[in-house]
Design a binder for this molecule. Structure first.
Ligand code: MG
Length: 299
């Protein structure tokens, strides 16, 4: 399918959903248009290019204003990232995980690995101005893991409190990411992640939504609003059939319902690409950017 054709097809489906779900006042031409900006961000592998500078040049040409590096070895990359960002209209949107161990590990050694590597990443994230560091409490494959009980949730909230306070000292946050049940049984819904943020009692504990994993949700709109401006700190985006570039899965790639919530809460953070592509990156990446901007304008 040609790029223009799939853009039109995806937009047709999105417009129908927008019309069906938008409040009447939003559809009226007299209503003031919500001016919340769509701030798009790329992970390191998204843009074509061999070096960070080549990737950033490409991103600037497309108007991409956020960069989401992986957290592994981040402390050693602080200067490299700072100098590549110098003088550019791109900021670090978030850090994608990269720690060893996991927070719900039963094995004290594995938990200790998490504590030390996560704190190193948080300190580096603060140094490069990131909004936060993304983390998952436990992937399905990470064992032995604390059982899914009331006591474990209390333990998680206490641990998150400590991490959140540590992050605040470094001018950043920790961001809980719910995943779908194939990857993480423990935390699957944005509203559940937001409740953990609330119960952690630290302004340094935030959460995010990932349009790919949000297949678990009954409504993208309700999921984002459940977190609301107090807790929603980051968003991931991918196509909704195969986790490739938005638009590559045609009419499935509808983000209008979620965008409506983000606009309503004047969401100030980033929507960051976390996906591969089946096509030629030079074509699918700009097409995806165009599609998301067009859907953003529909609400
Ligand atoms: Mg994600």
């Amino acid at each position: 399918m040609k790029r223009k054709e799939f853009l039109q097809r995806s937009l047709f489906g999105a417009a129908a959903v927008a019309a069906a779900t938008a409040p009447i006042e939003l559809l009226s031409s007299c209503a003031p248009k919500n001016k919340t900006e769509l701030k798009l961000s790329f992970q390191e592998g998204t843009a074509p290019g061999k070096s960070l500078n080549e990737k950033f040049d490409y991103m600037e040409n497309l108007g991409i204003v956020g960069f989401e590096p992986g957290g592994r070895n981040l402390a050693a990359r602080v200067e490299e990232i700072q100098s590549a960002l110098k003088g550019r209209n791109i900021k670090v949107s978030a850090i994608c995980a990269g720690f060893s161990g996991f927070i719900l590990a039963e094995d004290p050694e594995v938990k200790a690995q998490f504590d030390s590597t996560m704190r190193d990443i948080i300190a580096a994230a603060g140094a490069i101005g990131s909004t936060g560091v993304i983390m998952v409490p436990a992937f399905n494959g990470q064992k032995p893991c604390k059982p899914h009980t009331f006591e474990t949730r209390e333990y998680l909230c206490e641990q998150m409190h400590e991490l959140g306070e540590y992050a605040l000292k470094h001018n950043t946050t920790v961001i809980l990411e719910p995943l779908n049940r194939r990857e993480c049984h423990y935390l699957r819904l944005v509203g559940d992640a937001a409740a953990i943020c609330r119960d952690s009692k630290s302004a340094g504990v935030k959460c995010m939504g990932d349009f790919w994993h949000m297949q678990e949700e009954t409504s993208d709109y309700a999921a984002f609003l459940a977190a609301g401006p107090e807790y929603l700190q980051h968003v991931h985006v991918a196509s909704r059939g195969r986790r490739i570039m938005p638009g590559e899965d045609g009419e499935k790639d509808n983000y209008v319902d979620g965008f409506r919530a983000l606009k309503q809460m004047n969401y100030p953070y980033y929507v960051s690409f976390e996906c591969g592509t089946k096509g030629e990156r030079e074509q699918t990446v700009p097409a995806a950017v165009e599609l998301l901007r067009a859907q953003w304008e529909l609400v």
